[in-house]
Design a protein around this ligand. Structure first.
Ligand code: UD1
Length: 415
């Protein structure tokens, strides 16, 4: 199994271009099913989660080719509406396929999705939204079957602003008869990217980025071309890499307004931030601890909780991190403890007592973002670390070691 070998205590310097966002690409790839023809997506990252979505679309009958960072998806041959269990299990985002398949074919059969092991991740909000739009849903033997003669516009109110359920509801509602309103919608920027893509296909959606999204159903959608938005989680991870190594780096090709919760926090911890229209530069020396609570956007992103927790382990003083979005998202803590971190977890809270430095160790990535966090810790730790189970990291960080090498990090992949 592949691992990353990192020799720590190198200050990162230089500029890094951020690639397209995984979390925007996945629903947009699913949305191509809503029309018949050739859509082109640009700036699609090379990630195993994207490949998993590609495999599913191909199995449904789509033809997909890659040309560098462009992905060309021809959906004219799509005829199946059933996704086999082994592909659903690979990735939670496969649940996104329910909305578009139901919208287009009025029928879908999927098994329960898999994904990162970060606590129970139910799909009740997805199901309720589809039912509101008129789908009849039946769950049996681990499969979910949904059918609708005609989807009809509806008022959907989410108990919690789920990102995936908001996206799924949007994709199901675009071809429904009449107007749908999604209230307490998630406000994550990736939902705006999905809205932009769907509107280019001929949909009539407004309000993405706010808590109320209105969708006027249309009869038909058409193939289109789209540039995927930059990955704010990847950008945030690199900013934290700059801070934890007390370096000086700039992340480029980003939308800084989507990272305010992160840059404000990094400033609070003592880093110096300079923002331009499409880049952020971070410079850091010794940092102090602080308190962080994850929240839906525009709050601090849960996907950066593990990376920033690594930073807090070497910040001066005591820090408190509260995870409010997912249960069981502190799996990195045991691994960080092996590297000399002093962290105590109580329920959804981690109390961190900063240590002057961590020491290299052999650790295993327990999930995607926790894996990113371990790489960051290794960059700052004294000596050599080995990070196993790299396949988790490859799900969401494109060529992480090459990008870090370009900033001066001593990191290699070993087979
Ligand atoms: C998306 C992101 C993921 C990020 C998360 C929160 C993608 C592909 N993934 O995941 O990287 O960590 O948003 O920002 O975009 N929930 C329910 N019932 C549901 C749906 C969700 O209870 O039907 C709960 C989940 O268990 C979780 C919380 O809501 O506790 C947030 O989940 P959600 O916003 O849906 O996250 P995802 O869309 O899965």
């Amino acid at each position: 199994m592949e691992k990353l070998i990192v020799t720590g205590e190198v200050q990162l310097t230089g500029n890094i271009r951020i690639s397209g966002a995984k979390n925007a690409t996945l629903p947009i790839m699913a949305a191509t099913l809503l029309c018949s023809g050739v859509s082109v997506l640009h700036d699609v990252p090379h990630l195993s989660d994207i490949k998993a979505m590609q495999d599913i679309l191909e199995l449904l009958g789509a033809k997909i080719t890659r040309d560098g960072s462009a992905v060309i998806i021809d959906t004219s041959g799509v005829s199946k509406q059933e996704i086999p269990e082994h592909l659903m299990r690979e990735m939670r985002a496969s649940v996104f396929l329910m909305g578009p398949l139901l919208g287009k074919f009025r029928k879908v059969r999927v098994s329960y999705p898999g994904g990162c092991a970060i606590g129970p991740r139910p799909i009740d909000l997805h199901i309720k939204a589809l039912e509101k739009l008129g789908a009849k849903i039946c769950e049996s033997f681990g499969y979910i079957e949904a059918e609708a003669g005609q989807l009809t516009g509806a008022e959907i109110h989410f108990d919690f602003p789920s990102v995936g359920a908001t996206e799924n509801a949007m994709m199901a509602a675009v071809l429904a008869k009449g107007t749908s309103v999604i209230r307490n919608a998630a406000r994550e920027p990736e939902i705006i990217d999905l809205q932009d893509f769907l509107n280019k296909m001929g949909a009539k959606i407004r309000g993405a980025g706010t808590d109320t999204i209105r969708i006027d159903g249309v009869q038909k959608l058409y193939p289109t071309e789209h540039i995927i938005m930059p990955d704010r989680i990847q950008a945030g991870t690199f900013l934290i890499a700059g801070a934890i190594t007390r370096g000086d780096i700039a992340v480029e090709n980003i939308q800084p307004e989507y990272l305010f919760s992160v840059t404000n926090k990094l400033e609070e911890l003592g880093a110096t931030i300079a923002t331009s229209t499409d880049s952020i530069r971070i410079k850091a020396g010794e940092l102090r601890g602080g308190d962080i609570k994850t929240l839906p956007f525009p709050g601090f992103p849960t996907d950066l909780q593990a990376p920033i927790l690594s930073l807090l382990t070497v910040a001066k003083g005591t820090s408190i991190v509260t995870e409010t979005i997912f249960e069981n998202r502190f799996k990195h803590v045991d691994e960080l403890t092996r590297m000399g971190a002093r962290i105590k977890v109580e329920g959804r809270t981690a109390i961190i007592r900063g240590v002057p430095r961590m020491t290299g160790a052999v650790v295993a990535a327990p999930d995607l973002r926790a894996g990113g966090a371990l790489v960051l810790a290794a960059l700052a730790a004294q000596g050599v670390s080995e990070i196993e189970q790299v396949y988790h990291i490859d799900r969401g960080y494109e060529q992480l070691e090459l990008k870090l090498q370009s900033l001066g990090a001593r990191i290699i992949r070993s087979k």
